[in-house]
Design a protein around this ligand. Structure first.
Ligand SMILES: *Cc1c(COP(=O)(O)O)cnc(C)c1O
Length: 454
């Protein structure tokens, strides 16, 4: 059997001569097509099955394998998880204005480091600084690669070889690969832990101050909340203690919320302006969480300290590119007006959408799917903000609970779609939560689910 099958296999060279395969050379280099043909033949040999003798089926197998090989690794997915700022799914989607700014700047040359008025070299650090100062009330600002980089740069500049005082309750892990103590240690500062896991008092900080102290660090508990017998010292009470010690106070603020979302029902998360007003010397945050922009680390605060950070050679290693600056500047410009921010910045639009609108979209999705033989029920759901912000907030949402026999298998089929659909399984039900789905992809979502499950 096996020997027969092997003998029946066509030669790689012969397959490459097929009319259909030759046409593939128009969209793929010859080396890749040859490799794909070889691997398809190898698989047929290994499987030991009688090889198909008709060319059409070989061509089909070769085309499918080539398409798979040409898929980009980094792809778009549909976020039906109910976690809006999902770190694994790329956090904030960018505003159309941000995409346009990136295109404009990237498709030609730019004044990235050129002072057009002076006709001389300029600094990339000028680009978002004034806008950030305006939006947060800080004296000056600096943009680096992400918030982790911001913390490393700030500590390395202000506390290298010296002690950085931090509460044991704030030695936290955020988003898997970000552990505050590990990041701090890499900056060259020696950690001095004060207080206990659940309680830290003002006196704990005071007692830790010494001539060796380089900075006091306060980390926003952005992805968890402590309840019960707990005490911590808010930033505004750390300000006089840092002043007594003559050291800067660094506030790792995380979320980067620029717009007060209380009018839209999201309360409890301070804005960057609130954080600056509380009085820390430097406030650090992410660009791609509630700020709704590209991955970036935003540092705002005292002008003299920001200038010192800029002079640190590490700032060169942690600097952002023109694409990031373009997208960030456009996002910041939208943030000047809360109403425009909430409608124009996708992350904020998703977070503030009314639950009635989500229910209506879920109903329409259910109808579109029913027409294609896929059944589901609209159910109330609870979404979360994600991205280390509003850790305890549960956003009312609407989901489609798919009527499938094996949720795990259906979930895998959805993830294997042309555009992967990422849902979540709750108590044995496969849910597609509309809170994180961009409304303009609703029709596409229906088509993808129908293709995958019917
Ligand atoms: C998210 C977060 C970070 C890490 O931010 P990146 O931009 O992902 O590096 C650091 N600190 C806090 C408080 C955060 O919430």
């Amino acid at each position: 059997m096996k020997a027969d099958a092997r003998r029946a296999l066509p030669a790689v060279g012969a397959l490459l001569e097929l009319e259909g395969v030759r046409r593939l050379l128009e969209r793929a280099p010859r080396g890749l097509v040859a490799e794909v043909v070889r691997s398809v033949v190898d698989d047929a040999r290994r499987a030991g099955v009688p090889a198909p003798d008709d060319d059409a089926r070989w061509l089909e197998a070769i085309e499918a394998r080539l398409a798979q090989r040409q898929l980009p690794s980094l792809r778009r997915v549909i976020n039906a998880t109910g976690v809006v700022l999902h770190t694994n799914l790329g956090r904030a989607p960018l505003a159309p204005a941000a995409l346009e700014a990136m295109r404009t700047v990237a498709s030609g040359f730019s004044n990235l480091e050129y002072d057009v008025a002076a006709g001389a070299r300029g600094s990339r650090h000028t680009h978002c600084a004034a806008l950030l100062a305006e939006l947060t009330g800080a004296e000056d600002a600096l943009v680096v690669n992400n918030c982790a980089a911001a913390l490393v740069l700030a500590l390395n500049t202000l506390s290298d070889g010296r002690e950085a005082v931090i509460s044991r309750g704030e030695l936290v892990e955020i988003g898997g690969s970000f552990r505050v103590p590990d990041i701090m240690a890499k900056s060259g500062a020696t950690l001095v832990e004060v207080g206990t896991t659940n309680r830290t008092h003002a006196d704990d900080y005071r007692r830790a101050l010494s001539p060796r102290t380089g900075a006091i660090v306060s980390v926003h508990r952005s992805n968890f909340a402590q309840e019960g017998f707990v005490a911590s010292v808010p930033v505004r009470e750390l300000v006089p203690i840092a002043a007594e010690g003559g050291v800067p106070l660094l506030h790792d603020f995380g979320s980067g919320l620029l717009v007060d979302l209380a009018p839209w029902g999201l309360t409890g998360e301070p804005t960057a302006r609130d954080a600056v007003r509380a009085g820390a010397s430097l406030v650090l945050m992410s660009g791609d969480k509630l700020l709704g922009g590209p991955q970036a680390g935003v540092i705002v605060g005292r002008a003299a300290l920001v200038a010192a950070l800029r002079r640190n050679p590490l700032a060169r290693a942690l600097r952002v590119d023109k694409l990031t600056l373009a997208a960030l500047e456009a996002t910041l410009a939208l943030s000047r007006d809360p109403a425009r921010a909430v409608s124009g910045i996708p992350a904020l639009a998703l977070l503030t959408a009314g639950v009635g609108a989500l229910e209506e979209r879920a109903r329409r999705l259910a109808e579109a799917l029913a027409a294609r033989g896929v059944r589901g029920r609209v159910v109330p759901s609870e979404a979360t903000v994600g991205g280390g912000a509003f850790p305890t907030a549960r956003l009312p949402s609407a989901a489609l609970a798919l009527d499938v026999e094996a949720p795990d298998r259906a979930d895998a089929r959805l993830r294997a779609a042309r555009v992967p659909v990422i849902g979540r399984i709750v108590e044995g039900r496969l849910l597609l939560d509309l809170r994180g789905v961009l409304p303009e992809t609703d029709d596409e979502l229906a088509a993808l689910v129908a293709e995958a499950l019917s």
